[in-house]
Design a protein around this ligand. Sequence first.
Ligand code: EPU
Length: 420
Amino acid sequence: MDKHLITGGVPLQGEVRISGAKNSVLPILAGCLLTDQSVIIKNVPHLNDVTTIMKLLGQMGAKLTISEGLTIEVEAGSVDNPSAPYELVRTMRASILVLGPLLAKHGRAMVSLPGGCAIGPRPVDFHVEGLRKMGADITVEGGYIHASVKGGLKGANLKFDIVSVTGTENLMMAAVLAKGTTVIENAAREPEVQDLANFLNALGANIQGHGTSQIIIEGVKSLSGGSYTVLPDRVETGTYLVAAAMTGGRITTKSTRANILESVLNKLEEAGAHISSGEDWITLDMQGRRPKAVDICTAPYPGFPTDMQAQFMAMNTVSEGRGVLTETVFENRFMHAHELRRMGANIQLNGNMAQIEGIPQLMAAPVMATDLRASASLVLAGLVAKGTTIVDRIYHIDRGYECIEEKLAQLGATIKRVAA
Ligand code: EPU
């Protein structure tokens, strides 16, 4: 298993290009299953999760062509095996996103249950219940969801008890080819949900209200082909900005957008960072100062993203003062706290709250990544720790950060990857 070796102490300086959003490209690639025609997706990040979903589509019978310039062409007209096996689903929960499109297009699907994961139980009951309301017959047997529908899905009124990102996406994709109107209440408003809706509309779907908590989908007979450019990754953007803030540096993130991460930028300003932005860039300047600790409460968009909680915990460990983080989206998303403590961080956990008392410097230690964002927080901690930190199990980070060591090295960090 590869490891990262990071020697701390360098304030980050320079420019970094932000990749396409992982959490947009995954549902968009799943959405390609809804049409027989060729679809070209641009600004695709090179990530392990993208490879997994490509394998998933490939084993179903879809034809995928990767071209230069971060582009993938998908032709799903040849799909003849509408199933997602456990071997692939267990490595990536987002594989559940093929359920809605397969059922809508092929009238049947067999998708492995994702099972537990490092950040809590994360069930898929909302996905299943919603599809049932649209007329699907669904049983769970042998660890697999077996879904079928006679005569096609029907539009329905659906309401989420808790906001669910992939739940909203799965049902929205299913509804695109359903007969009649589907209304999704308490829908997720995340930019990635909006991106998926814009993509589907570009292929001829009739979706309205995306970006609000009520999405209305008027079913259409079929979707066409087309081409679409994936949104920038707001979590990758935020991660580099936090890295710059923690190290007292000044960086510009390019090919990104400030309006998709306002809650994160507000917290960085509260921590003392100077932020300026243009149409497709954000500059953060810490002017060599130590950040001030901030309180954070995670919430669905436009609230503070749970996917940035671990990185802010890393920042708070070396900030001035005390910060309290409250995690309301997932249970058990504080695994990184135990590893940060191994580097000397002063963190007290109490249920879904973490209280962090900032210290002047962390000490390097061998630490282990437990999930994607937890690994990012350990890398950030390594950038400010005294000595060389070894982050093990970085396959987690490769799921969601394209070329992370190259990008950090470009900003002046001392980081390398070593094979175990
Ligand atoms: N939930 C249920 N039942 C369901 C679905 C969700 O109880 O059927 C609960 C979850 O257990 C959780 C809450 O609802 O407590 C919200 O979960 P959500 O469904 O929104 O999460 P997700 O769709 O599985 C996506 C992202 C995550 C991100 C969350 C929250 C993708 C592929 N994944 O997950 O991204 O943390 O939304 O914003 O879009 C990451 O990128 O590191 C990551 C984990």
